[in-house]
Design a protein around this ligand. Sequence first.
Ligand code: GLA
Length: 375
Amino acid sequence: MKSLALIIMLSLFYSAPHTHPAVKKKPFGKGPDGKKVFLYTLKNKNGVEVQISNYGGTIVSIKVPDRKGHMDDVVLGYDTLSGYLEKNNPYFGATIGRYGNRIAKGTFRLDGKEYHVPINNGPNALHGGIRGFDKRVWSGKDHADGDGAHLAIHYVSKDGKEGYPGTLTADVEFTLTNENQLKIEYSASTDKDTVLNLTNHSYFNLAGQGNGDILKHKLKLYASRFTPVDATLIPTGELRKVSGTPFDFTQATAVGEHIGQEDEQLKSGGGYDHNFVLDSGGGKLTLAAEVIEPTSGRKMEVFTTEPGVQFYSGNFLDGSNHGKNGKVYQHRYGLCLETQHFPDSPNHPDFPSTVLKPGEHFHSTTVYRFTTDSQ
Ligand code: GLA
């Protein structure tokens, strides 16, 4: 009798819908330096699920419902760690640092001294160097509570790593809330003056990863200006009004609507690959972007404390990345909204500063909130 009751209780427990946030951790292989890599699965009470690896602080999957409740994975990536280790991995889902986006000719001056960081993108430095934060094994700590499921990752970048001055201690906390928000909180401190620009490089496709291009996604950006670039994607220094240009996303507009237009800026980027100047000015957690995919009805809102967002329309994707579930990522199969300080800020004294000094505590928050058009 007792065992029957136990069986009934157990089966009820296992068949019950997921009502509590939880985190599960499983091995995901070994990093290039032999360090153990894990895959953390964060789940909230609605069954929304986010997978993150401590290799590169990488968001591996985000499963959210469409307007009918059907779950799909809405970010590009790989099934196994080996994909992330491949040379041609275009930063899928990664945490980017120490300096996200470009520094012209890999050169900047700080406190009267000239620094040279590795050049890895045409004539410029991109995304923190040859082995930036996206290629490091971070330490990880997870927990779940009433608010959601959490993963905190930690990495110390030694003085001089990838050419940057100062030992930088970086912490990133990912929280999947019960309101279907993925919150990313970055903190950092340094022991010498340095420059810092942290972001996340997720490629979104709200129709489901691998299910076509993102040209029908409707995008709204809370930005009335952007930073035009030269042919190597370095900002010229101008803050240009978007009105009357293909960069006007102040009203929700399909990404593909103007992308083919004859335009010198679109030509430089091979599409959109530009930093937008958020009207908020940064500092306060504010709505920066909204994306709607009309077929699934999925909607994503991006809130940030950062002053800019790099909208990248996946122009370099060309079918050479074979991703999750056998999907092949063709041209523009994903879009990135990289919340950040402006590219090449160390060489533009007029841009919001990216300098971090000893004794200062860097803190930045970005939230991706998932809903549908039926909500
Ligand atoms: C950023 C850059 C792009 C490209 C991608 C990675 O978004 O701005 O130019 O380098 O990263 O492929």
